[in-house]
Design a protein around this ligand. Structure first.
Ligand code: PXL
Length: 291
C-alpha cells in the first residue's frame, strides 16, 4: 500500500521547555506533511544544555511494551528517526526496534546526538560513544555535527580541516554502515566566517557542500530541527542536495529570526516565527558538488 502521508517513528525525549527534541521535531515534520509517531525515551522539564536541576523521568522501562503494541498492530513506518538517547540500554532498544521495523524501503536516520563545540554533553560518556557506533552501523543516514563526527572516528577536534580531510572522514563514517553521511557545523579553513554542511552519498560516490555565514550564536535544538528538515525533505521526494539546501536555509532563517531579539539562547530559536517557510519551494540553491 502506498501511504499518501509518510509515517515517521520518532524515538527521542520530550523536553518541556527550550525547544529541542520532540518539541521541535513534531511541528517541523508535521508542517512538511509527515505523520510523526513519537516513541518517547524520557520526559524532561527542559533540555540539558544550559539549564540546571531539570527534572528527568526515564521511560526506558516502558519502551519495550510500547514497541510490542506497535508490533502487534503491524504498523509500518517510512522512516525510523532517532536522536538524543539517555542510556546504553536505550541504544539496545533502538537497535531492536530497527531490526523489527526496518524493511527494504524505509529510511533509518540516526542523529548521534552526543556533543557540540568540541565537548561531550553532560549526560554523555565514552561508553555512550562506543554504543552509538553500533547504532550508526544500522543507519541509512547519519547527521553528526563536526564534534560528534570526531568522537565517532576517534579523531582530534580541530578548527582547521581541509575539504580533502573532511572527505576522508565522510568515507570513514560511511564505511561504518550508513549510505549517506551528513556532517554539520564543519569549520571553513579558508573563509573563517563560514560554516558548512558536507555530505557524502556512498552509492553515487558524490560529495555535496552547502556553506553559509557563521553566526556567533548557539541555540540548542537546531540540530534536531536540521535533521527533521532533512527527513521531511527526503520523504517528500527531494534529492539529497536539495534536502541539504532546505536544512541550511531553514536553520539560517530560524537563527536570523531569533538573533535580533534579547532573550536567553538556551530557550532555542523562535521556531514559531519561521515554521511557515517549510511550505515554500527552494528558490535559490546554493549547494556545490565537491570534486
Ligand atoms: O538537541 C538535542 C537534545 C535533545 N534532548 C535533550 C538534550 C539535547 C541537547 O542538549 O539535552 C534532553
Amino acid at each position: 500500500m502506498i501511504r499518501t502521508v509518510k509515517r515517521v517513528a520518532a524515538i527521542h525525549d520530550l523536553s518541556g521547555f527550550g525547544r529541542s527534541s520532540l518539541s521541535v521535531i513534531i511541528p517541523v515534520l508535521s508542517m512538511m506533511g509527515a505523520q510523526v509517531c513519537p516513541l518517547p525515551t524520557a520526559i524532561l522539564s527542559t533540555h540539558t544544555g544550559g539549564f540546571e536541576d531539570f527534572s528527568f523521568v526515564d521511560l526506558t522501562d516502558s519502551m519495550e511494551k510500547y514497541i510490542e503494541h506497535w508490533r502487534k498492530l503491524d504498523i509500518e513506518f517510512d522512516c525510523i528517526y532517532s536522536g538524543f538517547l539517555g542510556s546504553t540500554k536505550q541504544i539496545e532498544i533502538v537497535l531492536k526496534f530497527i531490526d523489527m521495523f526496518e524493511n527494504k524501503d524505509n529510511l533509518v536516520v540516526i542523529d548521534p546526538v552526543m556533543a557540540d563545540n568540541g565537548e561531550l554533553y553532560s549526560t554523555m560518556g565514552i561508553e555512550m560513544v562506543e554504543n552509538m557506533k553500533k547504532l550508526v552501523g544500522k543507519a541509512d543516514i547519519i547527521t553528526p555535527n563536526f564534534t560528534e563526527a570526531a568522537y565517532l572516528l576517534g579523531k582530534d577536534y580541530t578548527n582547521n580541516i581541509t575539504d580533502e580531510e573532511i572527505k576522508e572522514w565522510l568515507v570513514e563514517l560511511s564505511d561504518m554502515g550508513p549510505k549517506i553521511v551528513i556532517i554539520t557545523s564543519v569549520p571553513d579553513n579558508k573563509l573563517q566566517k563560514n560554516t558548512s554542511v558536507i555530505a557524502y552519498d556512498s552509492e553515487y560516490k558524490k560529495f555535496w557542500k552547502v556553506s553559509c555565514r557563521y553566526i556567533p550564536a548557539h541555540f540548542p535544538g537546531t540540530g534536531d530541527i536540521f535533521t527533521s528538515v532533512i527527513v521531511g525533505s527526503l520523504l517528500q521526494g527531494d534529492s539529497l542536495p536539495i534536502a541539504l539546501d532546505r536544512g541550511v536555509q531553514f536553520i539560517t532563517a530560524s537563527i536570523k529570526a531569533s538573533y535580533g531579539f534579547q532573550y536567553p539562547q538556551r530557550e532555542g530559536v523562535l521556531l514559531e516565527r519561521v515554521l511557515g517557510n517549510l511550505k515554500m519551494p527552494v528558490i535559490v540553491s546554493s549547494y556545490e558538488l565537491l570534486e
